[in-house]
Design a protein around this ligand. Structure first.
Ligand code: V47
Ligand code: SF4
Length: 385
């Protein structure tokens, strides 16, 4: 490819990628400095292809945001409210079950549950939510509560992280979503979310979760006040924990939206930054099986293009999303499976429906609805099968 041969700045990195060598912090910084998007994407695709071949994964899921009441009030968040404030809500368990019911009938395999840090909800609320969902829909995977919520739940319960995680797991928790990581930099956290769990504590929750066998995702919120170096350092911390535990399944860069936040007016991320961040994540996180484009934040069109920039997962149907839509997202809240499959096929990749743990799903006559099955003899969450 002509473009690649003409670009000499990154040739050392290209060689490392081709040899399967680990990239350094300096390499990461050079990648962010470079304007050679196509070469960066090409390198990311070498890794993507090596790990996942031509597969692009998606999941039939639904997001449920059970409460927007949050004691943290991060400056980048338009979703949260104080208790009693106009627009504040907290669902009772019956409502959560009702929200899940419809999509499970349509064949969802995953319910993704995230909310604010409600100062009054007790440990029983979280346990009962999981237990009743699990009892009613035993085949459905519950991916629930970010590391930040888990630390809050542990505090409410007066238990250690380990004990809290064990109880949540025993009640039906299947895995942990990647939210709340933001950027681990102390400078950024002090400026934007001083009340929030520190980066080190976020990593500790994940460490404890992985130790008891719970898998998780990881995210990075980018496009606000963080520097490229802070992004790379974030990725390096994740890579190091993954070396230790192997418990992360996918990494999801989250593009910041500023409407209705303290950072109102902050410009949207550009396509260049979005694609670079996805590609650089693929390159730096050599031990993560999957890189996911969350189309809700990225936009459907760019999410499609990102499949040729190192991304192998496009998330799923989602159905309802409040966090980014409160902050001005102009994407739909739901994509149909037909639409997801069309987007993937148009790029020449092979659409593969997965469950939360990346096991492939088979459906009778490829029809949605209950009755799906996990393909047998698959390594959970692990790349090429
Ligand atoms: O933790 C908050 C972020 C996260 C804004 O694990 C914002 O598969 C953009 O983590 N603009 C929640 N982002 C969502 C999340 C997630 C989403 C999809 C898949 C997975 C997964 C996880 O949203 C929060 C925070 O980092 N966020 N405000 C905003 N204004
Ligand atoms: Fe609360 Fe999460 Fe919003 Fe921060 S991002 S204010 S922790 S809901």
């Amino acid at each position: 490819m002509k473009v690649i041969l003409e670009s000499s700045e990154l040739l050392d990195i290209l060689e490392k990628v081709e040899q399967g060598e680990r990239l350094s912090r300096e390499d990461g910084l050079a990648l962010y400095r470079s304007k050679d998007l196509l070469l960066i994407g090409h390198m990311a695709n070498i890794v993507r292809q090596r790990r996942n071949g031509d597969k692009t994964f998606y999941v039939v899921n639904r997001h449920i945001n059970y409460t927007n009441v949050c004691k943290n009030r991060c400056k980048f968040c338009a979703f949260s409210r104080d208790e009693g404030e106009k627009g504040a809500y907290a669902m009772d368990i019956g409502q959560v079950l009702q929200e899940a019911e419809g999509v499970v009938k349509q064949g969802a395999t995953e319910i993704h549950i995230v909310g604010g840090l409600h100062p009054k909800l007790g440990f029983d609320y979280y346990l009962e939510m999981l237990a009743r969902l699990h009892e009613r829909f035993p085949e459905v995977h519950l991916q629930a509560f970010t590391a930040v919520e888990i630390a809050h739940i542990a505090e409410r319960a007066g238990l250690s992280l380990r004990e809290t995680l064990r109880e949540l797991r025993d009640a039906g928790l299947g895995s942990i979503p990647g939210g709340g990581a933001e950027v681990f930099s102390i400078r950024v956290r002090t400026e934007l979310c001083a009340e929030k769990l520190s980066g080190e504590d976020w990593l500790e929750v994940m460490r404890q979760a992985h130790k008891i066998g719970l898998k998780s995702n990881a995210t990075m919120l980018y496009g606000h006040v963080e520097t490229s170096a802070e992004r790379i350092d974030h990725l390096l911390k994740l890579r190091s924990l993954q070396d230790e535990t192997g418990g992360f399944m996918s990494f999801i860069p989250l593009a910041f939206h500023s409407d209705n936040t303290f950072l109102k007016g902050h410009p949207r991320t550009t396509a260049l930054l979005d694609l670079k961040t996805l590609s650089i994540s693929r390159l730096m996180l050599d031990n993560f099986p999957h890189i996911k484009a969350f189309w809700v934040m990225l936009g459907v069109k760019l999410a499609q293009v990102s499949l040729d920039f190192g991304v192998d997962d496009i998330d799923g149907t989602v159905v309802q999303e409040k966090i980014t839509h409160s902050a001005g997202a102009d994407t739909p809240e739901e994509l149909s499976v037909e639409e997801i499959v069309r987007l993937i096929e148009e790029t020449g990749h092979r659409p593969v429906e997965r469950d939360t743990l990346y096991r492939e799903i088979v459906r009778p006559q490829s029809r949605l609805g209950p009755g799906w099955q996990i393909m047998e003899a698959q390594a959970p969450y692990g790349g090429v099968s």
